[in-house]
Design a protein around this ligand. Structure first.
Ligand SMILES: [Fe+2]
Length: 240
């Protein structure tokens, strides 16, 4: 796919601004994936570049979509096939530091480094089967559990807080806000997370921290396993 030169310029600016941020603040898994993905600094990478580095490592594949913000149902149907959709939409010059809408910089720079890591794609693979088996209320919970982990989660590493979620990694203003201690942070547990509403059109008012990807997987299993067995996890976790 060919993009306007202006899109490549925006990519270059965003890349440059985020590089020093991620080196200081992103978690070690992200940084390993970032090295493996070898993103170009001055132009939007091709699908071939991305898939050449992702598919041999994890079996996942990247596809483009011209939908600006894909709905959860088609999104998770793709996830089930180990396909990660990236949008063709790119934020404007006015939105460099923060955009409420996930654009291709968010999708590629924020998410895709992780998709080179098998223990991370195993985490992503947990969401689709649970989501597709869930009822309406449970689906809202699952979206929230994803939002506050893979999108906006934090992680503890050697006693320090590091940035984990792709939305923070690709969003300079919100990342700085979090790093400067302006956002309250709670432990990531099912009970804590599903009781908060996610913010879509503004920055998050609260964020959650995990101990490790393994801890996050164990926590999600508490909610996902009953759904896959046809039970309602809200009965166990919320009304107790
Ligand atoms: Fe995202």
């Amino acid at each position: 796919m060919e993009f306007d030169a202006g899109f490549h310029d925006i990519w270059g600016s965003l890349y440059k601004a985020q590089l020093s941020q991620i080196k200081q603040y992103a978690c070690s898994d992200y940084l390993l994936g970032f090295e493996q993905l070898e993103l170009p600094a001055d132009h939007i990478p091709s699908l071939e570049h991305l898939n050449d580095r992702i598919s041999p490592r994890t079996g996942w594949r990247v596809e483009r979509t011209n939908v600006r913000y894909t709905d959860a149902v088609p999104w998770y149907h793709k996830f089930k096939q180990r396909i990660f959709l990236i949008t063709d939409y790119m934020r404007s010059w006015e939105e460099l530091a923060w955009t409420p809408e996930p654009d291709m910089f968010h999708d590629i720079f924020g998410h895709l480094p992780y998709m080179t890591l098998p223990h991370y794609t195993a985490l992503q693979a947990m969401f689709a089967p649970a989501f597709l088996a869930a009822n309406g209320k449970q689906r809202e919970d699952i979206k929230r559990l994803a939002w506050f982990s893979t999108e906006f989660g934090l992680i503890r590493e050697a006693g320090e807080m590091k940035i984990f979620g792709a939305g923070l990694i690709s969003g300079r203003a919100e990342m700085e806000n979090v790093i400067h201690g302006n956002v309250p942070i709670s432990d990531y547990t099912i009970e804590n997370v599903i009781n908060y509403d996610k913010a879509v059109w503004e920055q998050n008012k609260i964020l959650f921290i995990i101990d490790s990807i393994d801890q996050l997987k164990a926590e999600l299993r508490r909610y996902f396993d009953p759904i896959r067995a046809g039970e309602d996890p809200r009965i166990r976790h919320v009304i107790s």
